[in-house]
Design a binder for this molecule. Structure first.
Ligand code: UDP
Ligand code: MG
Length: 327
């Protein structure tokens, strides 16, 4: 099979009622595309009839292929699995729950010649305010101020990427929403376009308010990894030297009081503070050095895979080729 121009990557976790309508909407939205495309559906360990629904689609539409993960690995890992099995020059990601509108895909694609990453912006988001939109407002504001990539909506899965962008990403944890920030490191051109958003009709959202806390922690990690992962000594060492120097200055001051003026300094709280600062400074520098070593190990050794594929189901082409592949 010739490689398609476009790959559409969709993670599915318990979306049995959404598979069929999504397939229909995609066919409709892409009918005027005039270029070849494939759909890489990732079944992220669904426990309902999602896999059966996907299998049925693959039987009818050979542009679809299904990557079946061995268990539920989470949305980020599912997306990564999809990326790894996508062969197109351009990759579009989409939620499997019909909340993104496939009709927006051509709008994104119009800009992909000009930009490396085109991000959807759910200008009118149809999610509950307190549990989803408020945390997301906060997260968006935090991400854009700390990472320096200015987008309105990082959480929108509907995005289009040039191949080069995803080939150089390594995602894990909950990192998919930081793709623009991580990719900005590559020096790529990013833009966003307003897209439609629809309320969820079938199935339930897999996330709750708990995720906001995880996003916050990830944010700290991303900021740190982007800026300091190659040289932890710079951040810890800098802090340590500052604190240590403060403590040292205080000790000098106290020593001169004692030696030159003969004052008693044993009972002064300032002495405790000075000693504390010096110890803290030494420890911070030590932590920076440890961090350096960890970072080297981290960058030089192979890490464990973030997902495991059970099997891949390919559509049967009209000419008649293969059915299932072992990974
Ligand atoms: N998803 C997944 N694995 C998970 C959780 C979610 O593949 O562990 C998929 C889910 O099926 C959907 C997308 O990721 O296609 C977004 O999930 P959801 O709609 O629950 O998130 P929300 O829209 O509420 O942010
Ligand atoms: Mg959703």
């Amino acid at each position: 099979m010739r490689t398609p121009w476009l790959s559409i990557v969709i993670p599915f976790y318990n979306e049995e009622d959404n598979v069929r309508p999504l397939h229909n909407q995609l066919v409709e939205a892409l009918s005027d595309l005039g270029r070849s495309y494939e759909v890489v559906a990732v079944n992220d360990g669904s426990t309902d009839r999602t896999l059966a629904a996907l299998e049925a689609i693959v039987k009818e539409d050979c542009r679809w292929k299904v990557v079946v993960l061995r268990r539920n690995f989470g949305q980020t890992a599912a997306l990564t699995a999809g990326f790894d099995h996508a062969t197109g020059d351009v990759i579009v990601t989409l939620d499997g729950d019909l909340q993104n509108d496939p009709a927006d895909i051509p709008t994104l694609l119009e800009l992909i010649d000009e930009y490396d990453l085109v991000s959807g912006w759910r200008a009118e988001r149809k999610d509950p305010f307190l549990s989803r939109r408020l945390p997301s407002l906060l997260a968006n504001w935090l991400i854009s101020t700390t990472t320096g990539v200015k987008l309105h909506d990082y959480g929108c899965t509907l995005k289009a990427y040039r191949r080069v962008v995803i080939e150089n990403l390594r995602l894990y944890g909950e990192l998919h929403r930081f793709i623009p920030a991580i990719a900005s490191w590559m020096g790529i051109a990013i833009t966003e376009v307003k897209t439609h958003h629809r309320p969820r009709r079938f199935g339930r959202s897999k996330y709750s308010i708990v995720r906001t806390v995880r996003v916050l922690l990830d944010l700290i990690a991303v900021k740190f990894l982007l800026q300091f992962s190659t040289s932890p000594i710079q951040i810890f060492g800098g802090l340590g030297l500052t604190v240590g120097a403060g403590g040292g200055a205080l000790l000098l001051y106290l020593a001169s009081l004692k030696l030159l003026l003969g004052q008693q300094i044993g009972g002064r709280p300032l002495l405790l503070l000075a000693i504390l600062l010096v110890i803290l400074g030494v420890q911070l520098v030590g932590m920076g050095l440890l961090g350096e070593m960890v970072a080297r190990v981290y960058h030089e050794t192979q890490r464990k895979p973030i997902y495991m594929v059970q099997r891949i189901i390919l559509g049967v082409e009209p000419e008649g080729s293969l059915g299932e592949l072992d990974p």
